[in-house]
Design a protein around this ligand. Structure first.
Ligand code: HEM
Length: 147
């Protein structure tokens, strides 16, 4: 499938999830997704790439001013690991608390999701696997988008 068509499709999926308020499971039932993403090392590569993109992304880079990228990568890596059924314990702040001061809107959220998609493309994560991670993240928009 062409990249632009895929982006459109994902935007549609996200809009659907967000628009209907459809609940996705809070975490994976087993570690299949964790393993499909390449375990802790695979997730670390994806998150590293995503956050590097976000810090360089003209649409959202200002939101990361003064934020230590290494600490953020570690925190999100743990969160993704736990969320996908891996053997990690996320011990960071809630999504509400860590994003409240950032005044994020839907466009900010979609920009970061796009950076994540490109990061997963870079790591050759299959499209179906990408969608499973995105489906777990999509419901978090309720806690992260505040305007
Ligand atoms: C599904 C979407 C998102 C997820 C899963 C997510 C996840 C996280 C996590 C786990 C943390 C660390 C909290 C901690 O260590 O206590 C964090 C912090 C942060 N996030 Fe997000 N985030 C998302 C969306 C966004 C968006 C859209 C932006 C901006 C465009 C953003 C900007 C930040 C910033 C700047 C911090 C650091 C806040 C600080 O330390 O002051 N996040 N996020």
């Amino acid at each position: 499938m062409m990249r632009s068509a895929r982006r459109g499709w994902i935007a549609h999926l996200l809009a659907l999830l967000i628009g209907t308020g459809m609940a996705a499971p809070a975490a994976a039932a087993d570690d299949a997704l964790y393993r499909a993403l390449g375990g802790e090392a695979g997730i670390a590569r994806i998150v590293d790439n995503m956050i590097d993109r976000a810090y360089a992304d003209e649409r959202i880079k200002k939101k990361f001013d003064g934020v230590n990228p290494k600490a953020l990568k570690e925190s999100i890596g743990k969160q993704f690991c736990q969320l996908t059924g891996g053997p990690c314990v996320y011990d960071g702040e809630t999504m509400v608390k860590s994003h409240a001061h950032l005044a994020l809107d839907k466009a900010d959220f979609n920009a970061l999701v796009e950076d994540l998609q490109f990061a997963m493309d870079d790591q050759k994560v299959p499209f179906a696997v990408q969608n499973r991670l995105l489906a777990l993240l999509a419901p978090m928009h309720r806690d992260i988008i505040t305007r």
